[in-house]
Design a binder for this molecule. Structure first.
Ligand SMILES: [Zn+2]
Length: 293
C-alpha cells in the first residue's frame, strides 16, 4: 500500500461513516471500524494509547490526560491500524507519545497510519471548502486547527494539499526536512522539495532553528532557497514558519501569490477588471490574498 491508496481508503471510510461536520465525531468513526474508545487516566505520560480486543470488538484505549487534539490523533491512528489491517510496527501493543509525535526513522506502516488519521481528522470534502474560504497564512492554519480540534502539524499538512494556490508545507525535525506536502498547483509548477536533507540555509525555518528568541517569523525569499533550480516565472516565495520546541520540530508554510510575480507575468484580467472594481469598492479582491507584514 502507498500513500495515495491510503488517502483514497481514508476518504471512502469517512464518507461511509457519514461524517459531515467539524470537529469530526470520533465515536462515529470508531463504530465504523467496529471499535469502542475508552479513556484511561492512569497511563504514564509517554503512553498515548493501545488497542485490545474484547468480545469481537476492538477497544481503543487512549490517555485521557493528554491534550484533546493529541487524544484524537491517537484514536484515529489506532483506527487506521484496524482499517488498513497494518500491524503496529513501532509500539508493540502500546503507542508512545514520542512514537506518535516524532518523524525520524519511522516505519512506512506508521507513516501511512498517520496519513490515514490526518485524512479522517480533516476530511477532504469538508476541509477543502474551509481552506478555500480563508487567506493563506499560519494564522489561518491555526484557526482551522482549532475548529477541527487537530494539531497544527496535521492541519498544516492537510492545508497545503487543499490550498487553491501553489503551496507547500514542510515539517522539519532535528534540523532535517522530514515531511513535505504540496498543493496540486505546486505540482503543476514542478516545485519539488527533497526530504531527509538539512533545512535550507537561507530559509525562515533555518533562521528560527538557529536563533534563540523568535518562535515564529515570515519572509519573502528567492525561490531557489527551497526549490532547487528555482521555478519558472516565480522569482520569490513567501515562507511563514513556527518552531515547536517540545519536539525539536519546525513547520513551514511556503507559497506563491500573484503579487510576487514579475509585473508583466501577472494575470491580465486583473488589469482589465481594475477600473470596474475600483468603482465598486476601491479594492481588488485578489490583492487581499497577498499578506504583508
Ligand atoms: Zn502505530
Amino acid at each position: 500500500m502507498d500513500e495515495f491508496q491510503t488517502i483514497l481508503k481514508a476518504r471512502q471510510f469517512v464518507r461511509n461513516a457519514g461524517v459531515t461536520t467539524a470537529p469530526v465525531e470520533l465515536e462515529c468513526l470508531a463504530a465504523a471500524a467496529n471499535a469502542k474508545i475508552k479513556f484511561m487516566h492512569d497511563l504514564s505520560d509517554d503512553e498515548s494509547g493501545q488497542t485490545t480486543q474484547h468480545k469481537g470488538k476492538h477497544i481503543i484505549i487512549v490517555n485521557g490526560n493528554h491534550r484533546e487534539e493529541r487524544q484524537r490523533f491517537t484514536v484515529l491512528h489506532e483506527i487506521a491500524h484496524i482499517v488498513l489491517e497494518l500491524p503496529s510496527q513501532h509500539h508493540g501493543p502500546k503507542l508512545t507519545t514520542g512514537n506518535l509525535m516524532r518523524y525520524g526513522r519511522r516505519p512506512q506502516e506508521e507513516m501511512l497510519c498517520d496519513v490515514f488519521a490526518a485524512e479522517c481528522l480533516l476530511p477532504y470534502d469538508l476541509f477543502s471548502k474551509d481552506v478555500g474560504d480563508v487567506d493563506i497564512s499560519l494564522d489561518a492554519v491555526k484557526t482551522l486547527a482549532d475548529r477541527y480540534k487537530a494539531s497544527l502539524t496535521a492541519t498544516g499538512s492537510r492545508y497545503a494539499v487543499s490550498a487553491p494556490e501553489p503551496c507547500a508545507y514542510v515539517l522539519s525535525e532535528d534540523g532535517h526536512i522530514r515531511y513535505v506536502s504540496r498543493s496540486k498547483f505546486l505540482n503543476e509548477l514542478k516545485g519539488w522539495i527533497d526530504f531527509n536533507v538539512p533545512v535550507p540555509k537561507d530559509s525562515v525555518a533555518h533562521r528560527l532553528i538557529q536563533g534563540t528568541s523568535k518562535a515564529e517569523d515570515y519572509d519573502e525569499l528567492p525561490t531557489d532557497v527551497w526549490f532547487n533550480g528555482g521555478i519558472k516565472n516565480r522569482p520569490l516565495l513567501a515562507e511563514e514558519a513556527i518552531l515547536l520546541r517540545e519536539w525539536n520540530q519546525c513547520l513551514s508554510l511556503i507559497w506563491f501569490d500573484e503579487s510576487m510575480k514579475p509585473a508583466h507575468e501577472r494575470r491580465h484580467e486583473d488589469e482589465d477588471d481594475e477600473p470596474l472594481l475600483k468603482e465598486l469598492d476601491g479594492t481588488l479582491s485578489w490583492l487581499s490574498k497577498s499578506r504583508r507584514r
